[in-house]
Write a protein that binds this ligand. Structure first.
Ligand SMILES: Cc1cc2nc3c(=O)[nH]c(=O)nc-3n(C[C@H](O)[C@H](O)[C@H](O)COP(=O)(O)OP(=O)(O)OC[C@H]3O[C@@H](n4cnc5c(N)ncnc54)[C@H](O)[C@@H]3O)c2cc1C
Length: 266
């Protein structure tokens, strides 16, 4: 962090960079690949879609790098948009489905930006007293929990959009690591690579749209069955971006999805 009075050009001098790195690596032990002084932002574009133009990634939002979430947020944008574009271009959903993109993604990315700004405040403390208090608190937390100030990553839910109001709707479908005969894999690898997945406890005979695949919760493993049990539901409809569309009775979930994708909804 540039402190008051420090000159950006001077800070980029190779010798100066080496001095800053000296506590960790000695000159000759590293190769300097890139150096930059830059200003970071917390920004969100007002309008993410106009007709055929859609903004994603840093064009739609920017954040300080402290949470390591900038690119992740862009990837989430792409995951959200890809299946919607596919359904609209395939004539299976109305074009207005694309308006749900910003409605869902903006509240999520705003939560992440707040997180990154908060983490920046922790890192950029200049007051030695405040820094000492912070370090003591983190050390105490480490001793108490075994985790060095690390809290589980937040998983903000999507804003209102393509979902059926029900337990877990708008949150991420669980991704436990499950043991298989071939080794370990995540639920993600067992869900269809594209389209929706209807995950049910009991085999269901209902007719499904082309873009919905039926999947057995039992085949996904105990933790998925336990998740359904804990919610008190018999099935979950999982979106292509692995967010939960809704949970409950399979026929109702599919009917609601079909209704929401119809051109008249938006
Ligand atoms: C120091 C730092 C650390 C970071 N660490 C992390 C991290 O740990 N984890 C993480 O997830 N994210 C991290 N990020 C954020 C991440 O780098 C960005 O969020 C990500 O690169 C944004 O990708 P993008 O494709 O949206 O935009 P960009 O990467 O900016 O890509 C846009 C591209 O468009 C090109 N372009 C611009 N104008 C035009 C034009 N008119 N015509 C053609 N091409 C054009 C640009 O040259 C560029 O190649 C970090 C960022 C910084 C600065």
């Amino acid at each position: 962090m540039l402190k008051p009075g420090e000159d950006p050009d001077e800070m980029l001098d190779d010798d100066r960079v080496s001095t800053l790195l000296a506590p960790w690596v000695r000159p000759g032990e590293f190769e300097l690949v890139r150096k930059a002084v830059y200003r970071f932002h917390g920004l969100v574009a007002k309008e993410w879609r106009r007709a055929r133009v859609l903004l994603a990634g840093d064009a739609a939002h920017q954040m300080p790098p402290f949470a390591g979430q900038g690119m992740c947020s862009g990837i989430r944008d792409a995951a959200n948009l890809a299946w919607k574009l596919s359904l609209v271009l395939g004539g299976e959903a109305g074009e207005a489905l694309l308006d749900s993109y910003q409605l869902e993604r903006e509240p999520h990315v705003r939560d992440i930006i707040e997180l990154a700004i908060g983490m920046g405040r922790v890192v950029c403390t200049l007051d030695p007293e405040a820094a000492r208090a912070r370090d003591l608190e983190m050390s105490a937390q480490h001793r108490a929990t075994g985790m060095a100030g690390v809290v589980p990553p937040p998983q903000p839910a999507l804003g209102a959009g393509v979902r059926m109001e029900s337990p877990a709707a708008g949150g991420i479908f669980p991704q436990p690591i499950v043991e298989t005969a071939a080794g370990y894999e995540r639920n993600d690898a067992r869900l269809p690579s594209s389209g929706f997945a209807l995950v049910t406890r009991e085999a269901s005979s209902i007719e499904l749209p082309r873009f919905v695949t039926a999947l057995s919760a039992v085949a996904l493993g105990d933790s998925t069955c336990e998740w359904l049990d804990a919610l008190g539901v018999e099935s979950a409809l999982v979106r292509p971006d692995r967010y939960v569309f809704g949970t409950g009775e399979p026929r109702r979930l599919v009917a609601e999805l079909t209704r929401q994708l119809a051109p008249s909804r938006f």
